[in-house]
Design a protein around this ligand. Structure first.
Ligand SMILES: [Zn+2]
Length: 678
């Protein structure tokens, strides 16, 4: 398709043609300027937009004409924010978009420009571009325009998005990166995008995170890359094992409270609650949440309104557990919205103890009701099954948790917005009475990785590692993996979890924060594997569906293995480690076999994984038993032995993990971007 412009020689039209290195701008017979938007393919357009830090995404070539149309352009939630009207006027691209398009074409055809830069700076910028290239921008789009939504909906969305911007700032204060943003060179859009995407200067892609050059900020030679966390005094963090030192202090419980910042000097440390440490920003979030509550007049949304007010109060006075009560009263049955705003997960920080600020904002997807009806009557039996596998001292508890609500995400922000990938299931809260009493909520996100680009990419990766026989049980249908997510999230409430204590000690006190997190995730994901077969035995699902789920779960594990076992600061990556333990265990049990002489299903890669699905149920039950026993009895040496054998040990399995990583990293990882039309 072509777009005609009024008779105005926009400077960008010349820029565009010049950068294409050829023909002068076309002039139609009636003297109208014609600009076409077919100079670069969709994937290149999207990649270049990232490198140039343009908040633009070509969604899909809907009419297959190789030309970007205004209706195919998504304007992304980015910093600084721009509205669609900035780029598209009266249904047509405007000159602002035109010059952006010209710069994209120039970037794709001629590459990045490094003229006049010092050699070290060139290396840094190249590394930054490699880091960005390791992510394929993947759109999560929502549309609240016109009759798709009400004015009330749009007002809610606007206030929650405003709160989300503030939460991103809070999160960056926690990670200690906020003050560094101004050090990104002004003429370097790629580093600016890296800083925004990764919420800090650090590189996170497996091939570049260890690259000394990869950083959004130029550094002096030898200058440390590590950014001290904002949650503890910098001086304290320069000591080795400072987390252990804190945990050994008599005031450890107060200092390691998830909702406080540790301040002070030397040994004189004190806890400062978040709502005091970050008072101004917290108050600003509260005002947006109150305004969102104020906008609600629909009586059907009374429970959402109550949560918004309770969350606002918590941002003012730290009453997070009260907000949890209001939050837990929301459900698939009484609101069309899902919102969680506040401090929750602890994976992001060096001690895995402090809760990171995030926003998870979504619409309810009603299709979870089918799973609720299937699994609700089985919950207590599932708990009993895990208790039997764990053995004493663990005994079955009365379980009362709610099964996952399905949600379609509008926006993840703060700690919930990752550079690569996205959380596809979550059980909250982690602390306080609602979580401890099993009254929390669990959600499964149903709209990630369901776009055509992601499906094709996942399929190709699986076909590079599985043999033909295994691929026969691989499905592009997200259903089986969704079931697995449901079971994983349910299992966070089953067996030894939350405040379960052995000799008065909870898991983080027995195992230490990072190992406790790995074990809890290993428990949940092993339960996902185990309960899949358990459901077949009970006739709840058929064997075929279980097999599809198993193969997808193994592929999921490959993906996590490819991320590496530790982050730059040698902090364990919980999912990667659990994935390595599972794949290693399944190899030992003969469920997986590496056929070095066989070609993968893609026909090109030599060596592939065969899967013996008949052996799966016995192996997953055995693994579940081992993990449940370790958690149930507080067996730290047992946990460390799993990590030593499957995560850290050199040898044949370590080499296999390298092969998995090498193949899986050929495709860029999904890097989610959001557009919210309203
Ligand atoms: Zn989990």
């Amino acid at each position: 398709m072509r777009f005609s412009w009024p008779r105005l020689a926009f400077p960008w039209v010349f820029a565009l043609s010049a950068s294409c290195g050829g023909a002068p701008p076309a002039v139609s017979p009636d003297g109208v300027w014609l600009a076409t938007f077919d100079a670069v393919p969709r994937a290149d357009f999207n990649r270049a937009a990232v490198a140039l830090d343009l908040p633009l995404f070509w969604t899909e070539d809907t009419d297959r004409d190789g030309t970007l149309d205004p209706s195919e352009l998504a304007v992304l939630w980015a910093a600084p924010p721009t509205e669609e009207s900035h780029w598209v006027s009266s249904g047509a691209f405007n000159p602002t978009f035109g010059s952006a398009y010209a710069s994209i074409v120039d970037f794709v055809k001629n590459g990045p420009k490094f003229a006049g830069l010092a050699p070290g700076e060139v290396e840094r910028r190249k590394a930054v571009l490699r880091e960005l290239d390791a992510g394929r921008p993947t759109l999560v789009a929502s549309d609240f325009r016109g009759s798709a939504a009400t004015d009330e909906d749009r007002a809610i969305v606007n206030h929650v998005l405003a709160a989300a911007r503030l939460v991103e700032k809070l999160y960056q204060k926690q990670t200690g990166t906020l003050s560094l943003a101004s050090k990104v060179p002004a003429d370097d859009p790629a580093s600016r995008r890296l800083f925004y995407r990764n919420q800090g200067p650090q590189c996170e892609a497996p091939p570049t995170k260890g690259d000394v050059n990869c950083h959004a900020i130029p550094r002096a030679p030898g200058e440390e890359k590590r950014v001290p966390s904002g949650l503890y005094p910098a001086e304290l963090q320069s000591k080795p094992d400072f987390c252990k030192a804190l945990a050994a202090r008599p005031d450890a419980r107060a200092l390691m409270n998830p909702f406080v910042v540790v301040t002070g000097e030397g040994d004189a440390l004190k806890p400062v609650p978040y709502h005091r440490a970050y008072e101004n920003d917290m108050q600003a979030v509260a005002r947006e949440l109150d305004a969102a509550a104020e906008a609600i007049t629909n009586p059907d949304e009374a429970s959402f309104q109550a949560y918004l007010r309770a969350a606002a109060k918590a941002f003012r006075d730290g009453s997070w557990f009260e907000a949890d009560e209001a939050w837990a009263r929301m459900s698939t049955f009484n609101s069309k919205w899902y919102l969680r705003i506040g401090p929750d997960e602890t994976y992001f920080e060096p001690c895995s103890e402090k809760a990171g600020f995030h926003v998870s904002f979504a619409r309810i997807d009603q299709s979870s009701i089918e799973w609720k009806e299937k699994l609700d009557p089985l919950k207590q039996d599932m708990e009993q099954a895990l208790a039997t596998l764990a053995g004493p001292p663990y005994t079955a508890q009365k379980v009362s948790f709610k099964l996952p609500d399905f949600i379609t995400v509008i926006l993840n922000a703060g700690d919930a917005r990752d550079a690569f990938g996205a959380t596809i299931g979550q059980s909250l809260p982690n602390f306080g009475p609602v979580g401890n009493e099993g009254r929390g909520r669990t959600v499964a996100m149903t709209n990630f990785y369901t776009d055509p680009d992601s499906i094709a990419s996942q399929h190709g990766l699986a076909a590079s590692l599985f043999c033909g026989g295994a691929m026969a049980s691989y499905t592009d249908d997200p259903g089986p993996q969704l079931m697995s997510t449901v079971l994983h999230e349910a299992a966070h409430n089953l067996g030894p979890s939350h405040q379960y204590a052995v000799n008065g000690k909870i898991d983080s006190e027995i195992f230490g924060g990072p190992l406790a997190s790995t074990l809890e995730e290993l428990k949940a994901q092993s339960a996902a594997l185990y309960f899949t077969d358990w459901l077949v035995e009970r006739g709840t699902i058929d064997k075929n569906k279980a097999n599809f789920a198993h193969v997808r779960d193994i592929a999921w594990a490959f993906g996590h293995i490819s991320r590496g076992m530790y982050d730059e600061a040698k902090h364990p990556l919980n999912y990667s480690q659990l994935a390595a333990i599972q794949v290693g265990f399944l190899l030992d049990e003969g469920v997986l076999a590496w056929n070095a002489g066989e070609k993968a299903q893609n026909g090109t890669d030599a060596g592939c994984f065969a899967v013996k699905l008949d052996a799966f149920p016995a192996a997953s039950k055995k693994l579940m038993g081992i993990v449940a026993k370790i958690k149930g009895s507080g067996d730290k040496p047992g946990a460390e032995a799993l990590v030593a054998k499957y995560v850290d040990a050199p040898g044949a399995y370590a080499d296999l993990k390298k092969t998995i990583t090498e193949r899986w990293l050929r495709q860029p990882k999904a890097s989610f971007v959001y557009s919210i039309r309203r």
